[in-house]
Write a protein that binds this ligand. Structure first.
Ligand code: GLA
Length: 381
């Protein structure tokens, strides 16, 4: 059964009627540009084919009722304040709250969700849920909310309602990505460029390796990184670390008092440049050559930003030793997935090499699958 038919079936089972429509929003991986989003910098995510599907219909007001295939029972709520609904339904209540706070009259609705986006793997299952709910509610209510303005509302749901201090990348990816492309996003201007990313035509593949070390940003490490970046920008007298010119990096670092802050800043400034360099190569159709940038990004996350864990480092090393052109962790860190850029016919060998390395370290075997850039949020039917 597809995710869409599961969502429709869950809707029928819970509400005894056919849904008015089905809306999907994908998970994402980030090709390069980690922790740069909340520094007003650059990111380059692409959407996964895995998605959350919302089967939805308008309802008699004043409430919203939501259920899903991934949790028991249904949850009903009216207008709430941040934190008012907890658990998975809080992401949906947060979207309703953010829309209302922005002045929209949100249509009361009944929604059933289904998903095949892995949870806890760092591929943005929560942003996919927010984006599916947002897209369904906006379209059900005929709300005049341009696509380019939607990610910021979904991000507000996550930041203020759910209370996770994330940047705007994940919701932007889920809402604005297009099939076969990577999304080059300037997180300051919110301008995007859809960068062709036809791996198959180049005989290449991106293998996703789920390290199985569950990632956590709520545990304070993510917030701590964000705080040091903001503090460094304040000391350097710039609006955000995006404004530190790589050519002036050494001089900027010399003005910072402690070594940890210097390394955090070095990661952000060099990572922004790696995104720009990656985009240049992709525009020129030189996909294979982005490998060393990916690997340099990983080293920077491991040594300077200190957000990797043993499982992801081992996966990166093993993939590179098996001949990958480049490999790096993707997402917020402390676990999650690794991306390896490989020849399309080397997926099995690469997987076997990572499995052997994991066995040697007594790590739980990783799941791997090829990443194909899928479409962003849209109505399915
Ligand atoms: C998480 C956050 C994003 C971004 C990444 C790191 O996925 O939700 O906003 O900061 O981490 O690049």
């Amino acid at each position: 059964m597809t995710v869409a038919s599961s969502a429709a079936q869950a809707f029928r089972d819970a509400y005894g009627a056919e849904p008015t429509g089905l809306w999907a929003a994908p998970g994402r991986v980030n090709l390069i540009g980690e922790h740069t989003d909340y520094n007003d910098g650059f990111v380059l995510p692409f959407a996964l084919p895995q998605h959350v599907v919302a089967a939805a219909s308008p309802a008699e007001g004043p409430d919203w009722t939501v259920c899903s295939t991934f949790a028991e029972g249904s949850v009903s709520f009216g207008a709430t304040e941040p934190g008012g609904v907890e658990g998975w339904a809080g992401y949906v209540a947060g979207v309703v709250w953010a829309l209302q706070e922005a002045g929209f009259e949100v249509p009361p609705a009944r929604i059933a969700f289904a998903s095949d986006v892995p949870v806890g793997a760092g591929v943005s299952s929560s942003a996919a849920l927010e984006s599916a709910a947002l897209t369904a509610l906006v379209e059900l209510g005929g709300l005049e909310l341009p696509v380019a303005d939607r990610p910021a509302l979904a991000q507000r749901a996550e930041n203020v309602y759910v209370g996770a201090p994330t940047g705007i990348m994940d919701q932007s990816a889920s809402i604005r990505c297009t099939e076969g492309r990577a999304l080059f996003l300037d997180c300051r201007s919110l301008e995007v460029e859809q960068i062709p990313f036809d791996l198959a035509a180049a005989g290449l593949a991106i293998l996703i390796i789920n390290s199985n070390a569950p990632h956590q940003h709520v545990d304070g490490e993510y917030g701590a990184r964000r705080k040091s970046c903001e503090e460094a920008a304040r000391i350097l007298g710039v609006p955000a670390l995006r404004d530190v010119d790589p050519a002036g990096l050494d001089a900027a670092l010399a003005r910072l008092g402690d070594d940890v802050t210097r390394r955090r800043v070095r990661h952000i400034v060099t990572e922004n440049q790696r995104v720009l360099d990656t985009v240049e190569l992709l525009r020129a159709g030189r996909i294979r050559e982005i490998g060393p940038l990916m690997t340099a990004s990983h080293a920077s996350m491991r040594d300077d930003f200190e957000i990797t864990v043993a499982q992801v480092d081992v996966a990166v090393e093993a993939a590179l030793a098996a001949g990958a052109y480049g490999a790096r962790m993707t997402g917020g860190g402390f676990g999650g997935c690794v991306l390896a850029l490989i020849d399309a016919d080397r997926a099995d060998e690469t997987t076997a090499a990572v499995e052997r390395a994991y066995a040697e370290h007594d790590f739980t075997a990783p799941a791997t699958w090829p990443a194909v850039p899928g479409p962003g949020a849209a109505r399915l039917s």
